[in-house]
Design a protein around this ligand. Structure first.
Ligand SMILES: C[S@@+](CC[C@H](N)C(=O)[O-])C[C@H]1O[C@@H](n2cnc3c(N)ncnc32)[C@H](O)[C@@H]1O
Length: 291
């Protein structure tokens, strides 16, 4: 039998040096620069100053409001929403708001693009499912979730959005998702699901996926936890509940590249069956047409 006691004591990650910290800073700066100097939102008349203003607000929001998300994850979602062609009809949905940090940022983006933001939460914290273990193997973070965690009352969330976002674009959908989301009927172009529990995620997907526009996206938080990731690869559940194969999840396990180590953000896009048109070819792959 192999003695693995040495492996067990392996350091979680090399100690961060001043150079690795400088590297992280450079990565963050380049992501921000790419967003500000890019063309995201041009179709809505949004320019460099607007994008720079948004980035400033995202940083302010995660400092001012207790938050489980980062300014760069707000930026990644803003980039996506600003890239939706204006003629595509539909609302933006957020499930899981806590005190309203990501909501405030999303409301600012929705205000710029003229879309409604549906803010869905129990406003009483997580449902009670007993202690739930949260394990993120890539970053080797673990902890427990319990009923009532991440509670933010409707009044508290509204006050935060009023102070730091755009309250007038928000419609609130209070209640536990299994019941509350039944009122959603309008087409959805973008959704952000930050709900911690696989059961809550399933409640959201059951309603949101059928309403999601073709090419629409669902961004998902907590994708370091394999229990969250597994939901997106569960073919039996997807076929039974939604009549399609499981879509998988971009960023599974270590997240989108908005951090040097790991981010918590991933996404799925509702794509029609694959057609090569509009996709790039790679020189080391095989193509039957010989080109
Ligand atoms: C981690 S917090 C969201 C963090 C927030 N997006 C941020 O930027 O800080 C998770 C939220 O999901 C909500 N939630 C989770 N499961 C729910 C369910 N089944 N029904 C309603 N709300 C739920 C909780 O009330 C909580 O506000």
């Amino acid at each position: 039998m192999v003695d693995q006691s040495g492996l067990r004591d392996m350091p979680i990650a090399p100690k961060r040096t001043i150079f690795s910290k400088a590297g992280s800073f450079a990565l963050h700066a380049s992501i921000i620069l790419d967003f500000v100097m890019g063309a995201h939102g041009r179709a809505y008349g949004i320019g460099l100053r607007d994008r720079a203003g948004l980035v400033k607000c995202f940083h302010r929001n995660v400092k001012a409001i207790p938050s489980g998300t980062t300014a760069l994850s707000h930026l990644a979602m803003a980039r996506e929403i600003l890239s939706i062609p204006p003629h595509v009809h539909g609302v933006v949905v957020e499930c899981g708001t806590w005190k309203g940090a990501s909501t405030a940022s999303l409301s600012l983006v929705c205000h710029k693009v003229g879309r409604r933001l549906l803010v869905c939460d129990s406003f009483k914290g997580l449902p009670d499912e007993g202690l739930q273990l949260y394990v993120a193997p890539h970053s080797r973070i673990y902890g427990y979730l319990k009923g009532g965690m991440f509670e933010g009352s409707l009044a508290e969330v509204q006050a935060n959005i009023n102070a730091l976002g755009q309250l007038e674009v928000c419609d609130f959908v209070p209640g536990f998702f299994a019941e509350s989301l039944k009122v959603l009927t309008q087409p959805i172009v973008f959704a952000f699901l930050d709900v911690d529990l696989p059961s809550s995620l399933r409640d959201c997907l059951r309603v949101i996926w059928p309403l999601l526009a073709h090419h629409g996206t669902i961004y998902v938080d907590d994708i370091g936890d394999m229990n969250i990731v597994r939901v997106f690869f569960d073919d039996v559940w997807w076929q039974q509940q939604l009549g399609c194969p499981a879509p998988g999840l971009v960023g599974s396990g270590c997240g989108l590249p908005i951090s040097a180590i790991a981010s918590n953000l991933g996404y799925i896009r509702k794509l029609p069956p694959f057609q090569a048109h509009g996709w790039r070819r790679e020189s080391d792959l095989y193509y039957p047409d010989g080109q």
